[in-house]
Design a protein around this ligand. Sequence first.
Ligand code: NAD
Length: 469
Amino acid sequence: MSPNIPFFKQVDQYVNRAAPFAELPDGLLAQIKATNAVYHVSFPVEMDDGSIRVVEGWRAAHSVHKLPVKGGVRISEHASEDEVTALAALMTFKCALVDVPYGGGKGGIRVEKHNFSERELERIVRRYTFELTQKNFIGPSVDVPGPDMGVGAREIGWMVDTYMALSTGKPHLQAAVTGKPLPLGGIRGRVEATGRGVFFGIREAVDQKDDMEALGLEPGLEGKRVVIQGLGNVGYYAGRFLTDAGAVVVGVAEREGAIHDPKGIDVEALFQHRAQGGSILEFPAKEALEDARAGLELDCEILVPAALENQITPENAPRIQARIIAEGANGPVTVDAHDILARRGVLMLPDMYLNAGGVTVSYFEWLKNLSNVRLGRMNRRFEAAAQNRVLDAVEVVTGKTFGPEVREEVAVGAREEDVVNSGLEDTMINAYHETREAAKDWDTDLRTSAYALALRKVATAYRDRGIFP
Ligand code: NAD
């Protein structure tokens, strides 16, 4: 059964399916598929009680057709070499698809996060960063880690601080890591970027009238029933943006179980409830399910797996009721499950496209750090003044006067978060249409076309470097 197939092999199988569309010579394809380098490290960390724990970690650089390589670091008890290499490969294809100029990388630290105090975690993350720095597996032009499961702004803050302390004298140190807290060179909009991108992707998909007709659905998000697995960074923000746009979150699955309520679940309230240590099963809802995975099978139009890989397998795929699977997580649908769902006409919005919002905004953060200037700083007032001049001219021509509310609304320059969100929206819309058009031309599904497009783009980069004919 496919969950037993290593994750890297599953990514490889998806690549193999897409390869004929990309029409690449064998040598070039082999180079793109191979993992360039993996660094496996074991290091001792002192626990609060004075004992020593040996922690394992990895950093994989999948494809170096462009540098730096880029990808998150995951803190999870399941982290492994297979997982980081698979996730690094996905990063290669993801960045290529959305035209973010990086190779693919990924890191993992194998610990069960909840079993450690904050100070212990800090020592683990700092030591991991120290190890990466020693071996040149981190740096603004070689490898730029970012957030992933179990890693948020706090952990990223420890990473960048450690890297900077060890790397004095080099330029643009803050650009070595993304997802940073704002005072350490972070960018507005990064925290919610992946979830926002998931929302943009789903919105684009449900706005295609023909595609919705084929699924037996009305176009638009209004009233669409959504189930989310994993109310973390990706799932929580995706849920919030989808709700704001008129969709109804009717189910949420977490580690400890799942809840279902056809009238809708208040995602914000549920998130706060869990943040304060509450269990999802205690949250008011029509139905509570002890079996978390059963949440995936709840009745809905859109299922958003936003937790782990290998969640939808041949075992549960036949029971999935959603017509659209929006892959917020990386690798949530196994290859065999993909085939079962595809045969049932389910629309799958593939991970490498749908969750690319995170790396897209990380790219904006990296650019900000390299240029040492906040986005919008140079042009915001200029834009506002230009709009005011237009309003002045309209007043002269019409003889009418605009009130202060109109000026406040119209005569505004873009702030950093406006520029970030606009760049993210543009990226997600363009990539959706590019992938959809290619899928139509090749008469294949979105995942295969996304992989094939990405393969072509990576191949072009290798050829541009003169490495392959
Ligand atoms: P996170 O740690 O913030 O959240 C993950 C959530 O999933 C947590 O709330 C956790 O309790 C829950 N979870 C864990 N195991 C579960 C299970 N068996 N069933 C149900 N819920 C479970 O992580 P995240 O950053 O939101 O990442 C989630 C997924 O999205 C991962 O696959 C990650 O690779 C992918 N992703 C994240 C980003 C990003 O910017 N953070 C970007 C792209 C892709």
